[in-house]
Design a binder for this molecule. Structure first.
Ligand code: AMP
Ligand code: MG
Length: 426
């Protein structure tokens, strides 16, 4: 697949306005420009955790491989049991998990079975041990047992030849176990996406050094590191780059040669963007957007192509909260898509009553930092304190975003609002 020209893609989109771009339009524009990576590698099953499958998983065996007992008790032939009265059967032997009963069950016989034991030949039903008693060397069963009860059937979990996971599926703990239950020791996964990132700004100081007057510590590289780490991508931390076109160009060239994606923070706001625009125009195709959202209005998206390497570029705003919000709303989904995920990666939106009134201007999507909590047994959501886009504390105090949609106006106390949980954003 060739990479589509970004300008071509956006010029075909309805309602594309770079100076007042709706969040959904920006997502659509980005998505249409992305071509997922194709590299794959074979890894030990355990190392596949957090990776993306590059092959369908098709069982070569049934799981479970045999009909087996779901309980500790006795395997019987249902036909031997009297539906309306007790029945006494002869105990013919024992079947344990991993050690089957060698013979076959004859009429009038039962076999003691443990959970997981292979069903003895001839038996079709298991009666739990708690309801039987011994009498004169025989086992007495109560009336009212159902044919087939307490039996797990071969292939009930996974069936030979029926694909259970598709290429593009993420491997979580459940998938890891599923793959292991098939006896598969190695799987093909997509290679990890490589993401280079750096901060821009003459005012940035590095942690662990004294803070010169008028400077701020570079915190964006740390939130980005954390968010990227949780996505399981390979990271290339390129540090701080000064607001100098030559240095920025050199950094972008290095990043494009070494990564699939470049993420920068700062330098895309009006005023600052101008000298960067000129420099980027010769390095590739980069669009500068004003997105109808808060926080996170300015953002750049495009592709750097230097001849020696190419990479997608996400130029995020500099404000610390805006970095996180734009990352979650635009970059996260893009990185998962580029990584080869084909399952649904959209973040769930819950609808929860808002505890207090919130002011909202129509015509932009707002991502307010909020707290989802329980009061008198019911979930509610309220804003955390100060909502400025530089106030990172508002993110730290929050456990969710209150998402106020583009066309929504003021929210009254008790109104339902959309909530995006921060837990699970990885
Ligand atoms: P900019 O988008 O470059 O104009 O930056 C907007 C605001 O975010 C300014 O107040 C910057 O000081 C601040 N800022 C930019 N980059 C960082 C960073 N890496 N860490 C913390 N704050 C930043
Ligand atoms: Mg700056």
């Amino acid at each position: 697949m060739t990479t589509p020209s970004i300008r071509q893609v956006v010029s075909c989109m309805d309602g594309y306005d770079p100076d007042a771009l709706r969040v959904d339009k920006a997502c659509e524009a980005i998505r249409q420009c992305l071509v997922p990576i194709s590299g794959i590698e074979r890894v030990a099953t355990r190392s596949a955790l957090g990776r993306v499958l590059a092959e369908d998983i098709v069982p070569a065996i049934d799981v479970p491989a045999h009909d087996n007992s779901a309980m500790d008790g006795y395997a019987v032939r249902a036909a031997d049991l009297d539906a309306g009265a007790e029945t006494a059967l002869k105990e013919a032997g024992t079947a344990l998990a991993g050690r089957k009963f060698a013979g076959a069950l004859g009429p009038g016989e039962c076999v003691r079975v443990m959970t997981g034991a292979v069903m003895p030949a001839g038996a079709d039903t298991v009666v739990i041990q708690e309801v039987v008693r011994s009498e004169n060397g025989r086992v007495v069963f109560p009336a009212g047992q159902k044919k087939g009860q307490n039996v797990r059937y071969a292939g009930e979990d996974l069936k030979t030849g029926v694909p259970v996971l598709r290429a593009g599926h993420a491997v979580r703990p459940a998938e890891l176990g599923l793959i292991a239950s098939l006896g598969i020791a190695e799987v093909m996964v997509k290679r990890r996406l490589r993401v280079a990132f750096f901060s821009t700004g003459d005012e940035l100081a590095s942690i662990g050094t004294p803070l010169p007057e008028g400077h701020v510590y570079d915190s964006n590289r740390y939130t980005l590191y954390g968010m990227l780490q949780r996505l399981g991508v390979e990271m290339l931390d390129m540090g701080v780059v000064r607001d100098d076109p030559a240095l920025l160009e050199a950094a972008l060239r290095t990043a494009a040669s070494n990564a699939d994606v470049i993420i920068t923070s700062g330098g895309v706001s009006v005023g600052e963007a101008d000298f960067i625009k000129g420099m980027m125009a010769k390095l590739g195709e980069v669009l500068f957007w004003k997105i109808a959202m808060r926080p996170g209005r300015p953002m750049a998206f495009g592709r750097i192509d230097t001849g020696e390497g190419s990479a997608y570029l996400f130029g995020l705003p500099g404000n610390p909260v805006a970095v996180m919000v734009t990352f979650y709303q635009f970059v996260r989904g893009a990185l998962l898509h580029l990584s080869g995920r084909t399952d649904d990666t959209a973040l769930p939106l819950l609808r929860v009553p808002c505890a207090a009134a919130v002011r909202k201007v129509r015509g932009r999507t707002e991502y307010q930092r909020a707290l989802l909590y329980v009061e008198a047994g019911a979930w509610k959501v309220r804003l955390t304190g100060q909502q400025g886009s530089g106030v990172l504390r508002s993110m730290s105090e929050a456990n969710c975003f209150m998402v106020l949609e583009h066309d929504r106006g003021d929210v009254a106390a008790g109104d339902l609002v959309s909530v995006q949980l921060m837990e699970g954003l990885a």
